[in-house]
Design a protein around this ligand. Sequence first.
Ligand code: SAH
Length: 236
Amino acid sequence: MNDLKTHLAPYWPGLQEEEMEALCHFSSLLEEANQHISLTAIRDPQESAVKHFWDSLAFHQALALQGGESVLDLGSGPGFPGMVLAIMNPGTSFTLVDSVGKKTAFLQETAKALGLKNVSVCQGRAEGLGQDPRYRGAFDVAVARSVAWLPTLSEYLLPFLRVQGLMAVSKEAPWEEEASASKSAIDLLGGAFLKAIPYELPLYGNQRSFLFYRKVKETPEAYPRREGVPLKRPLS
Ligand code: SAH
């Protein structure tokens, strides 16, 4: 049985019935698929409700999209936060990217099963897509959760944004050190720190923060560097 609703409802009393239904549908598709292919290590229903769904809803709240934006979720995995954001923002278009085919296949099937017209799915790596003119500079907002250390992640995300676009990532505390160690890398890539929104996961107590950066100038053409380099030799 999928009891996402039981776990989520107390925290999100404002969720519309259709939104809750879609989230529950997504959760049961994930639970079912995860029995055959490994999409997430989190299998406990309460843990999934909090660490995947509650957390992605918090991301939604922090982003406060207006509608009409184009949003990239890089390294979406089984769809966090991207699929939840797409459910909550039907007037915004989402591109969910992951390098692993079984994950993008799941994302594709899920978007279809949920009837989400605002989702496109793309299998590929940030390093290649960030140099592809169809994707580079094409997004208003780029998000990621649990993908990489901030200097690497910024090299993945900032090239995708148009100037004035927004990069939003969620990070485990302590994030201050990671943010200050990334300052010159982010500056080089054209980003500028905007704000941090700290929060705490219910029940589990993890301290996390949403970090927001504005793209203030074009990313130099050399970035992202070729596959594997941003991870192996992060900018400093
Ligand atoms: N955002 C999801 C998944 C995090 S796991 C969540 O929070 O649950 C990190 C995901 O990023 C994995 O699915 C991995 O395949 C993907 N990934 C890592 N490096 C990548 C890259 N360079 N380009 C595209 N996807 C990448």
